[in-house]
Design a protein around this ligand. Structure first.
Ligand SMILES: [Zn+2]
Length: 297
């Protein structure tokens, strides 16, 4: 009798422990984390940092063709995406003017801002800091590292996976940076004219001088006076390459081109694009191609 009861007792404890372990395993496997990124460049970073982490999904808050956020007003539809989200990824540095609204409306969401550790460039006049950080590859690397670290802390059971994904993506970005630096080195100090205030960090990284910005705020056409000033500036400086952006109507750039004989090229600040892990890298590779073509002429 006794010989029979002891193993049964031990066996039942063994099964209790086993079932407890399997329940807690199942719980950690199915723990769902939904990350919402404020706009496209943050979304692509989050996709790369999360990649294969189980149970974690990434969504873009704003519609794909929104472009730069600036004065963007979040819609009811956008806000719905936050209802079941645990993490909100923002660029910070003033890009998300609606950030306070999100913090107030969703006090339980972890807000991760990626601008930390990046020296900001002040906008002109009474404009605040320029928020277009990711357009510089070096800044994008810092932002990706910030996100990887923050996600590893937030979802610590997958810390190593986030670290691995972050390191893989950073390695690709570092290769891109090195390639762009070596291929653009001969054109250091060249002047360009851009379409909106998206390129100061890019210009700083590669040593270009932005001689003028055609349109300060996307969506607001430059005034006749601003247009005339830009045309004057181009005429005075000799013909400078003029860069439009795929996200904005190029009417003003076209007018300037016609008045001055300057050629219009497209430089992409990576604020829209395909839903693809390497989208940012491909956009920058294309910018590199365009710049080389422009400066070789
Ligand atoms: Zn912008």
């Amino acid at each position: 009798m006794f010989r029979c009861r002891v193993p049964a007792f031990i066996l039942s404890i063994f099964f209790m422990v086993c079932s407890f372990v399997s329940v807690s395993n199942a719980a950690s496997e199915t723990k769902e984390i939904k990350i919402v990124a404020s706009f496209y460049p943050m979304y692509i970073m989050a996709k790369n940092v999360v990649k294969d982490v189980p149970g974690v999904s990434v969504q873009n808050l704003t519609p794909p063709l929104t472009g730069c956020l600036h004065d963007y007003t979040v819609t009811t539809n956008d806000m719905k995406k936050l209802a079941d989200a645990q993490v909100f990824v923002a660029n910070g540095a003033g890009m998300e003017s609606f950030l306070d609204k999100i913090i107030a409306g969703h006090p339980n969401i972890k807000i991760i801002q990626l601008a930390g550790g990046i020296p900001l460039i002040k906008g002109e006049g009474n404009e605040g800091d320029n928020p277009h950080l990711w357009v510089s590859i070096s800044n994008a690397i810092i932002q990706v590292k910030n996100l990887g670290k923050a996600m590893g802390e937030f979802d610590s059971s997958h810390k190593e996976l986030y670290a691995k994904n972050t390191a893989n993506y950073v390695a690709k970005l570092e290769a891109l940076r090195q390639k762009m630096h070596s291929e653009l080195a001969p054109y250091k100090g060249r002047s360009i004219i851009t379409f909106h205030e998206a390129f100061p960090y890019f210009a700083q990284e590669f040593g270009f001088n932005i001689a003028a910005v055609v349109e300060r705020e996307p969506g607001s056409e430059p005034s006749a006076k601003e247009l005339a000033e830009t045309i004057d500036l181009i005429k005075k400086n000799g013909i400078l390459p003029l860069f439009s952006e795929p996200q904005y109507p190029a009417a003003a750039a076209q007018t300037i081109a016609e008045e001055t004989g300057a050629k219009v090229y497209v430089l992409d600040p990576a604020v829209t694009g395909p839903d693809d892990y390497d989208a940012y890298i491909n956009i920058m590779e294309n910018n590199l191609k365009v710049l080389k073509q422009v400066f070789q002429n």
